[in-house]
Design a protein around this ligand. Structure first.
Ligand SMILES: [Zn+2]
Length: 359
């Protein structure tokens, strides 16, 4: 499990980084600001290594050891992505176990990563977290999700690009349903077990079905890697109403760097990303935007944001545009840490039982 001690330790690092942001005035050039730490909600290196044959030592791609360090990564969510096409009959629960084993091998092969569930932060090291992207296989036995949550999975999407037996997809065949009845039970179970549902790939109808379930569990709604549809009209992006619902739940939307999701075309630049940030912050508020780069997920990154090492230039651009350092730190790490540290409140029943037990 990811202990809350780890989240507290990571938050302390980000608070220190935020506090360092007001350098004393000096003569001559202003001193460069200290780096902004990054906690990225979606980096697809497990897919590259498990399914595409990339070396587990991460010597290539957007998220290499060097680029993660140069980008000042403090935390990274590694998805157990189960591609719809993994098998003719669709992915199976055993595939999730196999990808998790690959993630452990990646972490072991790269000393820059702290082990899953490490209790504390370490300077210069990257904390690792788990998600599941495309959990349709769990329709075979939703109780199997418990052991993945116990292993540290924090965020779970009920489908990927196609509809699953749990949920219809933002990019699936038109469907008359959002969450299926089984899908609703699955989402309830995920919340009860202390993890969160990731809405990044679900349909609008499934999002609407999830809202009351999340509210009943006091759970924040999270889109790990989706932008604003008002800026780039793609079904994978979020409507303004969805952004407001995410904000009202205390959740986040993680900024995705895939050019078509940034500005609707195959070419984007850093200022197009800034336009997404501006819109998402205006609609949802600065406490509800995070980073979910989708690096190594087959994306076309914007010019100037070609890999993980470029995050500091996005931070610098936001600062140049007048965003406070505190707000940049929220977007780059603190909002994601709040989500990763979420735990269900004691429910009414166990609360009253605990009250009854008191002398
Ligand atoms: Zn995705």
């Amino acid at each position: 499990m990811n202990g809350s001690a780890r989240i507290r330790a990571l938050l302390a690092v980000t608070c220190a980084a935020g506090a360092l942001g007001a350098p004393q005035p000096t003569l001559g050039d202003p001193p460069a600001e200290p780096p902004v730490p990054v906690v990225d909600l979606h980096v697809d290196v497990p897919w590259q290594v498990h399914f595409k044959g990339r070396d587990r030592r991460l010597g290539e791609g957007h998220a290499r050891r060097e680029t993660l360090v140069a980008g000042h990564y403090l935390g990274i969510v590694l998805p157990i992505y189960l591609p719809d096409q993994a098998r003719p009959e669709g992915p199976q629960i055993e595939d999730a176990s196999a990808v998790l084993a690959t993630i452990e091998a990646i972490i072991a092969a790269n000393p820059v990563f702290l082990p899953l569930g490490a209790a504390r932060a370490e300077p210069g090291k990257i904390s690792t977290f788990l998600s599941i992207e495309g959990a349709g296989a769990f329709a075979a036995d939703i109780a199997q999700i418990d052991r993945f949550i116990a292993r540290g999975v924090r965020l779970i999407s009920p489908n990927h690009a196609k509809n699953s037996r749990l949920s219809s997809s933002a990019t699936g065949e038109p469907a008359a349903y959002g969450l299926t009845e089984l899908g609703k039970r699955f989402c309830e179970r995920v919340y009860e077990q202390g993890a969160l549902i990731d809405v990044s790939h679900i349909s609008d109808a499934a999002f609407a079905d999830l809202v009351p379930i999340a509210a009943a569990h006091g759970a924040p709604i999270v889109a790990t890697h989706s932008n604003a549809r008002a800026v780039a009209n793609r079904p994978r992006n979020l409507t303004d109403e969805q952004l407001r619902l995410i904000a009202r739940s205390g959740g986040v939307a993680g900024l995705n760097f895939h050019a078509p999701f940034v500005n609707g075309t195959n070419e984007a630049d850093v200022d197009d990303v800034v336009a997404q940030v501006d819109h998402m912050v205006r609609v949802a508020g600065v406490d509800h935007v995070a980073i979910g780069s989708d690096f190594d997920g087959g994306i076309v990154p914007p010019r100037g944001l070609g890999d993980a090492s470029a995050l500091p230039s996005l931070a610098a651009r936001l600062r140049q545009r007048g965003m406070s350092r505190e707000d940049v730190v929220k977007i780059f790490s603190q909002n994601a840490l709040r989500i990763l540290g979420w735990r269900p409140a004691m429910d009414a029943k166990s609360a009253s039982a605990a009250g009854g037990a008191r002398p």
